[in-house]
Design a protein around this ligand. Structure first.
Ligand code: HSE
Length: 428
């Protein structure tokens, strides 16, 4: 019988408490599946007195996660503290330098320091796993790193922030403004302490940058993600996109193009009938396309105690079984620095503008688009409101550069009130 695998768990919030519960409640199952026991040696958190709904007296306690990370009776350091720097980074580095394997749910840490930490792990003969960092309970890291390892990955797409998807869904289903849906999500406790992490798209972009690194063998390039949050999505766009057969999602997309690695996290239109279009509420979805496998769709809970603790324990179980995979699916020294490509792939766009009610107005807009090389695929004009007509245009595939040239020319037509809205349509 092998010795038990001994964990040190730093961070006893929702996920940490969930991990402790699984270790306590599923010891027989875990031992049956791994061939060895999984035990907790010690834990660490900011407040020792807080009731976390799970007994902690059986375990050692450390106030400092760095001390926990280097204890002799810890084989695997489980980092659930969060934050890209500070104690989480210090403790993960200390653990790896001390030869401990690390399991983390910390997307911000890896998005900012993934390359250095992957290298540190390898230099010390350790594994650094992070299934829980991306899309909560969906085992997407494992799928991409292991199950799909023989594929050239042609595209990865994902709705990976449940809070944003909840807000967008409620705007549509409840006819709520962005501010009302945001307030509702806040009341339900969905928002991060810094809401901008959610609605600014940062949390989802952290996740996308990690998937890109695995998919394309590149060093994590979070700063190269083209990022736009959902704060400017209006109920008008949600309604009118729906009228044209689309849903608006905060969609992450990465793909390797002839001009470099394209990574974007922005509000996009997707066909309402597609799996992404049908994704409601706080759920996540990741779509992976590979040259051999075709398209894979994974849907599930992106946050919460059970799903996220499930992902953490999946990594722990791998380590207990002796499965040792490189952090990003390739030796850290072989991960190449990606050339960032901004919106390199032509796409159709949705445009909404308010057109003055006078003869020739539409012709002027059509001409501005035409002169920039942007072709109209579909168009719809609605009833006039205050002497202006809302007009929706779906373009044929075009480059963002051509579209921007058209948008730059439109004010000079003198027939469009306010700024047109332009959103990419992702064909899925
Ligand atoms: N705040 C995230 C979400 C979960 O709403 O999906 C943690 O990444």
């Amino acid at each position: 019988m092998s010795d038990p695998l001994r964990l040190g768990i730093a961070g006893l919030g929702t996920v940490g408490a969930g991990v402790v519960k699984i270790v306590r409640q599923k010891s027989v199952l875990l031992e049956a599946r791994t061939g060895r026991g999984i035990a907790i040696s010690a834990v660490s958190a900011r407040n020792r007195e807080k009731d976390r709904g799970v007994p902690l007296t059986d375990y050692g306690w450390e106030d400092d996660p760095v001390t926990l990370a280097t204890r002799d009776d810890v084989d695997v350091f489980v980092e659930l503290v969060g934050g890209s720097d500070g104690p989480a980074k210090a403790a993960v580095e200390a653990a790896l330098k001390a030869g401990k394997d690390v399991v983390t749910a910390n997307k911000a840490l890896l998005a900012h320091h993934g390359q250095a930490l992957a290298q540190l792990a390898e230099d010390n003969g350790c594994v650094l796993r992070f299934e829980a960092a991306v899309a909560g309970g969906i085992p997407v890291i494992k799928a991409l790193t292991e199950g799909l390892a023989a594929n050239d990955i042609t595209r990865v797409m994902g709705v990976m922030n449940g809070t944003c998807n909840y807000i967008l869904t409620r705007m549509e289903s409840g006819g709520l403004s962005y501010a009302e849906a945001f307030a509702e999500a806040d009341g339900l406790g969905f928002l991060e302490a810094d809401p901008e992490l959610d609605v600014g798209g940062i949390d989802a972009a952290h996740k996308l940058s990690l998937l890109s690194a695995i998919a394309y063998g590149t060093q994590v390039a979070f700063d190269a993600v083209e990022l736009e949050g959902i704060g400017r999505v209006s109920i008008d766009d949600i309604r009118q996109a729906s009228d044209m057969g689309y849903k608006i999602k905060l969609l992450g997309v990465c793909r390797m193009t002839g001009r470099g690695l394209e990574q974007s996290m922005s509000p996009c239109l997707v066909p309402a009938s597609s799996p992404l279009g049908q994704l409601e509420g706080g759920t996540n979805m990741v779509v992976i396309e590979g040259d051999q496998v075709g398209q894979i769709v994974m849907r599930g809970a992106g946050a919460g105690e059970g799903p996220t603790a499930s992902a953490v324990m999946g990594d722990v179980v791998d380590i207990a079984r002796g499965t040792r995979v490189t952090t990003f699916g390739a030796p850290a020294s072989r991960l190449v620095q990606a050339t960032p490509a901004k919106a390199a792939t032509p796409a159709p766009y949705y445009l909404r503008m308010s057109l003055a009610d006078k003869p020739g107005a539409l012709a002027k807009v059509a001409s501005a688009l035409g002169e920039a090389g942007v072709s109209i695929h579909r168009m719809r004009q609605y009833d006039h409101v205050d002497n202006a007509a809302p007009v929706l245009i779906v373009t044929h595939k075009t480059t963002r550069a051509a579209l921007d040239a058209a948008l730059d020319a439109i004010p000079a037509t003198g027939v469009v009130q306010g700024d047109p809205v332009a959103l990419r349509i992702e064909q899925v």
